[in-house]
Write a protein that binds this ligand. Structure first.
Ligand code: GDP
Ligand code: MN
Length: 389
């Protein structure tokens, strides 16, 4: 889950990180009022869960309340297109109006999990403001990395070292070290998957603050953070993913390809996606129905796949252990009764109660392309999708 910039800043402020003074609003008049309260030039920023807003026209400077009203009126309701929104853009519903800071230098700091070492890693760079991927591609040495042992946490000396590594020495070293430590504490304390400040602004009057902030959360830990979970903005999420969660489907993630997948078990789902790739195709989704013996789950999965206009073939890959193949088969049959399935469906079913499942399918007359192993199933799904073109 992600949150908006203003929410990320509010959360980071709890960890002692200085953020510009400001407030969010959906109304241009209110934007003028906030600028009035702040009493100095402001910046008006589109609140969408996508970066690159600056270049896309979603961030405007305003010298006074009248300009703030004008900027907010221009941004609220706009369809903001950035490299992260995709060409269809994103409707802007609210803006953050905050004090304009006089930026001397833009730096970068973030915390993520480094999967290769299985540890959180703090990254900092003197080259902030731009996309970090760009810095990583052009000048990887400009990004300093410090792995953190989570049993002891991020140590103050590590913060001081990182501050110096990105050119914040002298009077700036201690506040910078404290800020980096605060970001790590926020990452750990809120169970984030990413905590990023970009730009980390060094102001002309020597302050260091978060000019932009981004927090992504580990969904599996959200139950520990009810206040964070409440910040969820469904407008920002894929409608099919939201529906999948409401239907109780274990995990559904929309992807770019055209082969819809219905699989039980996360590991099998990953293997299925690999098999599709090896067969020259692309999965339209990751879908783990979870281990429940309920035909409704299969029906719900089909409903979602049938509403995904990208799906040109469905691949059902079930390895019945705790899950019973006859129950899955009943779900497939019911799904075909309840909705119009206009794409080819390939099924590979093995395991518990497979004989009963096969009997039900044979009796039902439901049209399926059958496969006996995963490789064959993937190839048939890819071929069936290609044959429709
Ligand atoms: P993003 O483009 O969506 O990542 O949005 P950011 O919040 O990072 O803003 C993009 C750029 O706008 C920053 O890198 C700054 O150059 C500029 N910017 C944002 N806020 C301020 C501000 O208060 N003062 C000044 N001078 N520039 C700002
Ligand atoms: Mn930014």
């Amino acid at each position: 889950m992600k949150v908006h910039e203003y929410q990320a800043k509010e959360l980071l402020a709890r960890f002692g990180i200085e953020v510009p003074k400001g407030r969010v609003t959906t109304s241009p008049d209110e934007a003028a009022k906030i600028a009035e309260e702040i009493g100095k030039p402001v910046v008006v920023k589109a609140q969408v869960h996508s970066g690159g807003r600056g270049k896309g026209g979603g961030i405007k400077l305003a010298a006074n309340p009248a300009e703030a009203r004008e900027a907010a009126a221009a941004i609220i309701g706009m369809n903001l297109v950035t490299h992260q929104t995709g060409p269809e853009g994103k409707l802007v519903k609210s803006v953050l109006v905050e004090e304009q800071i006089e930026i001397e230098k833009e730096l970068y700091v973030s915390v993520v999990i480094d999967n290769s070492i299985g540890l959180p890693i703090v990254m900092a760079s003197a080259e902030g403001g731009v996309e970090i991927e760009e810095v990583a591609a052009k000048n990887p040495d400009a990004i300093k990395r410090t792995p953190v042992d989570p049993t002891v946490g991020f140590q103050p000396f590590q913060g001081r070292q990182m501050a110096m590594d990105i050119g914040l020495s002298g009077d700036l070293m201690r506040p910078a070290a404290t800020l980096i430590g605060g970001l790590y504490n926020a990452f750990e304390g809120l169970d984030c998957s990413l905590a990023e400040i970009n730009p980390l602004a060094l102001t002309k009057d020597g302050r260091i603050l978060a000019a932009d902030a981004k927090l992504n959360f580990d969904d599996n830990a959200l139950y520990r953070h009810k206040d964070v979970a409440e910040l969820r903005d469904l407008d920002e999420e894929d409608p099919l993913e939201v529906r999948a969660q409401e239907s109780g489907i274990g995990t559904y993630i929309k992807l770019d390809g055209n082969i819809g997948c219905v699989v039980n078990g996360a590991g099998l789902a990953m293997a299925t996606m690999d098999a599709i790739k090896i067969s020259g195709g692309d999965p339209a989704n990751f879908l783990d129905i979870g281990t429940v013996n309920d035909p409704e789950r299969v029906i719900a999965s089909f409903r979602i796949l049938m509403d995904d206009k990208d799906v040109e073939a469905v691949l059902i890959n079930i390895f019945g252990g705790m899950a019973r193949v006859d129950v899955i088969a009943q779900g497939i049959i019911d799904a075909h009764k309840q909705m119009k399935i206009e794409v080819p469906v390939v099924a590979r079913l093995v395991g518990t109660n497979v004989e009963e499942g096969e009997r039900l399918l044979a009796e039902s007359g439901v049209e399926l392309i059958r496969a006996h192993d995963l490789g064959e199933a993937a190839q048939k799904a890819v071929d069936a999708a290609a044959a429709r073109k």
